[in-house]
Design a protein around this ligand. Structure first.
Ligand SMILES: NC(=O)c1ccc[n+]([C@@H]2O[C@H](COP(=O)([O-])OP(=O)(O)OC[C@H]3O[C@@H](n4cnc5c(N)ncnc54)[C@H](OP(=O)(O)O)[C@@H]3O)[C@@H](O)[C@H]2O)c1
Length: 308
């Protein structure tokens, strides 16, 4: 997988806080590895040697500019690992992206869908595309997870609809997983032996994202220290991981130390250990995957087919 000059090239989002910051630390200290991260604003640091290109996932224009800048910066060099990890935890109906879409749907799903499509041609044969999802996409694990697509509501949320609050988060993580499954089915991806993986870090402590409100942070801290340890005794998917642990596991997935068995693309940490379960029934539905792909293409202004 590593290119002939032996330098591995990694492009990453969501590397500036949470467990992604740990993943970045692990990957960027590996030998012969060049890492470029997309990051917004100020007040975050990156390990020495890591290149930073501005990226605000709230804006599809910014995503296009980022992809353009990456291509310009890399020239003929190919990407070995495209690691899409950024995410926010839910938004109200009034919170919209630059293009007017529901914020969580736009940041977590649409922006990454666009970025993956724009950079797919730059991924080297045998390279890897990793998208962070969540087991919360799955109704048996999270009761409010969707059983059918409601794209109009998710893209243009209405007050208390399924595109708002924690439901907007769960929906976006479903879209991440379905997008990964769709990429894995593409002829180009199969022909060029690009591995596509959806990653679930499991509940991972430390709400450090700057979009999380003080209330969200406090609420999560309380859950993490009271309810989850109790629930985790009976429901292993609610056992907490640390950012250090999930970050290292994501790095393992990215560099190929953890590889799903043939035919599987979903790596889910359960009690901290990688498992390879079935995604939810809806996520596996090919008709639904195709609908999400096509409608997302229209929303981001790309052709539906890759060859167009
Ligand atoms: N933590 C969990 O329990 C858990 C469980 C399942 C799945 N996940 C998923 O794992 C991923 C990381 O979660 P985390 O808990 O480590 O998150 P986090 O600490 O909140 O970090 C989120 C990352 O996304 C970046 N980001 C957010 N909005 C952005 C934007 N508009 N433009 C560019 N970058 C943006 C943040 O950048 P800034 O530094 O600029 O804020 C940060 O690097 C997310 O996709 C999340 O959905 C987390």
């Amino acid at each position: 997988m590593v290119q002939s000059d032996m330098q591995r090239v990694v492009i990453m989002t969501g590397a500036t806080s949470g467990f992604g910051a740990r993943t970045l630390e692990v990957i960027s200290t590996q030998p012969n590895t060049r890492v470029i991260i997309g990051a917004r604003g100020s007040g975050r640091t990156a390990p020495p040697g890591v290149e930073i290109i501005p990226l605000d996932l709230e804006s599809l224009t910014s995503v296009r500019e980022f992809a353009h800048a990456v291509r310009r910066q890399l020239g003929d060099t190919r990407i070995d690992i495209l690691l899409l990890n950024a995410g926010i935890r839910g938004s109200d109906a009034g919170q919209r992206s630059a293009e007017g879409y529901g914020l969580t749907f736009a940041v977590n799903h649409l922006a990454h869908y666009l970025l993956a499509r724009l950079l797919l041609p730059c991924i080297t044969d045998g390279g890897r595309l990793v998208i962070t999802s969540s087991n919360m996409h799955n109704p048996p694990i999270k009761r409010i997870a969707p059983k059918k697509l409601d794209l109009e509501e998710w893209a243009h949320p209405t007050e208390n609809g399924s595109g708002t609050g924690i439901r907007s988060y769960v929906v976006s993580k479903l879209c991440n997983l379905m997008t990964a499954l769709s990429f894995a089915r593409l002829e180009e991806v199969k022909a060029r032996q690009i591995s596509v993986i959806a990653f679930n870090p499991g509940l991972t402590g430390g709400v450090s994202g700057r979009d999380a409100s003080a209330l969200q942070k406090t609420f999560f801290w309380l859950l993490a220290h009271t309810i989850f340890p109790l629930v985790g005794l009976f429901r292993p998917e609610f056992v907490m991981n640390t950012p250090d642990h999930s970050g290292k596991k994501l790095a393992d997935v990215a560099v190929g130390t953890i590889v799903p068995p043939p035919g599987r693309i979903y790596v889910s940490l359960l009690k901290g250990k990688p498992t390879f379960p079935d995604p939810s029934e809806l996520a596996r539905n090919r008709e639904a995957q195709d609908r999400l792909w096509c409608e997302s293409a229209v929303m981001v202004g790309l052709p539906i087919d890759l060859d167009q």
